[in-house]
Design a protein around this ligand. Structure first.
Ligand SMILES: Cc1ncc(COP(=O)(O)O)c(C=O)c1O
Length: 397
């Protein structure tokens, strides 16, 4: 007997970061010193007081038992409290907050909880892979909203054909944006999204994973700051990026009560939620001092500026993002013909620099490379030097 994957699964290529990891392992086995700027996995240690809270909690035997899907009441309250302090939005911790085993899990399961096979989802392209893959695994039909440099990487919701609008049950938006680093300069897109939702009756899933990783005075909004948003929107957050807790697997979703209740019911069949000691550590992160975030932002800003300068010196100009932990650059001219995957493979296998090919984020990401700012400045500068060598080799080919 040979198990056969479902059509939905076999229709998807292996997950981008799994593929990059395999190439990286190959390059390391060949003896190349690796600089990994592929996945957006923060390299700074999590806050000391959060690690202490985890250790203390793990010493309490009750935290060794099964947790509950809906999360500890003190975590739901901490999330609501953080939200009120950060966005001035009051949430009911009982009905408008749900902790998640990371926001990636929550986004994929929201699709599965709400969608019938064949129903539509509007997803940006390029996008964080689970926005697309999660919808496909739920059996949905994806309508891609093209993002381009010319429109500031914002979708034009007015251009979506009525037939797609009527068919779509979920509209997914993500700002500050992965992979492009684009931000909302005003609330117009969010207002358009609410109008779109009113017209077609779809839920807005707003992914705000990078709300705290911002530079140069930018402040990211929450969609729930708009009146009436909670009647039609949920917003996803992650502790992975703000508090460098990617390995802990904890995030949350807030907003529309019905959507949150359906997702909670769905997850109840699949998981027991988050280990209690991780939940208590998250309470410490959300309720405790927030200076860690300011320090992390300053570190990423310095890295951003240093890498952009080093790449410019190597002949590659990249725009300056106001948020996220990524640079998103058009492929250097010499690499355009072969495409982003071939360039990324060359960088990994011949120069030991792991970056993400734009095409891994959707067809409209072709022609770009994403570089994560997840290494110290000296390594970023060394990566820029090696990238310069790769571009020079391509030019001379
Ligand atoms: C836009 C976006 N949403 C969600 C996630 C997933 O975060 P988490 O670690 O909370 O699952 C990521 C991770 O890179 C992301 O870039």
């Amino acid at each position: 007997m040979k198990p056969i994957p479902s059509q939905k699964l076999s229709g998807l290529p292996p997950y981008l970061f799994v593929r990059l990891h395999a190439l990286k392992t190959q390059a390391a086995a060949a003896g190349l010193p690796i600089i990994d700027l592929g996945q957006g996995s923060p390299d700074m240690p999590s806050p000391v007081h959060v690690v202490s809270a985890l250790k203390n909690a793990a010493d309490q035997p009750w935290t060794h038992r099964y947790p509950q899907t809906q999360g500890l009441p003190e975590l739901r309250q901490a999330i609501a409290g953080w939200y009120q302090r950060r966005f001035n939005v009051v949430l009911d911790p009982e009905t408008e907050v749900l902790p998640l085993v990371g926001s990636k899990e929550g986004i994929a399961h929201l699709f599965m909880a709400l969608l019938e096979p064949g129903q539509g989802v509007l997803v940006p392209s390029p996008c964080y892979p689970v926005h697309y893959n999660g919808a496909i695994l739920a059996g949905a039909k994806v309508h891609l909203m093209a993002l381009s440099e010319e429109n500031g990487f914002l979708p034009d919701l007015k251009k979506i054909p009525a037939v797609c609008g009527r068919r779509s049950k979920i509209l997914l938006l993500n700002y500050p944006n992965n992979p492009t680093g684009a931000v909302l300069k005003d609330l117009r897109l969010l207002e358009d999204a609410l109008a779109f939702s009113r017209r077609y009756g779809c839920l807005i899933a707003y992914d705000n994973a990078y709300s705290e990783l911002v530079f140069d005075g930018y402040k990211a909004p929450s969609i729930l700051q708009l009146p009436q948003a909670r009647s039609c929107a949920v917003e996803f957050h992650s502790l992975s990026k703000s508090y460098s807790m990617a390995g802990w697997r904890i995030g949350f979703v807030v907003g529309n009560t019905e959507a949150i209740s359906h997702l909670g019911k769905f997850k109840g069949f699949l998981d027991y939620g988050i280990p209690a000691f991780v939940q208590l550590a998250a309470v410490a992160a959300l309720n405790g001092p927030q200076d860690y975030i300011a320090t992390a932002c300053e570190t990423y800003r310095k890295r951003r500026d240093a890498l952009i300068k080093a790449l410019a010196a190597a002949g590659w100009e990249i725009p300056v993002p106001s948020a996220t932990i990524y640079l998103w650059g058009r492929l250097p001219p010499a690499a355009r013909k072969a495409g982003s995957l071939a360039f990324a493979e060359r960088l990994i296998l011949e120069h030991g620099v792991v970056v993400s090919p734009g095409v891994g984020f959707g067809p409209h990401g072709e022609g770009y490379i994403r570089i994560s700012l997840v290494a110290p400045q000296a390594q970023l500068e060394e990566a820029a030097r090696r990238i310069g060598l790769a571009v020079a080799e391509l030019k001379s080919c």
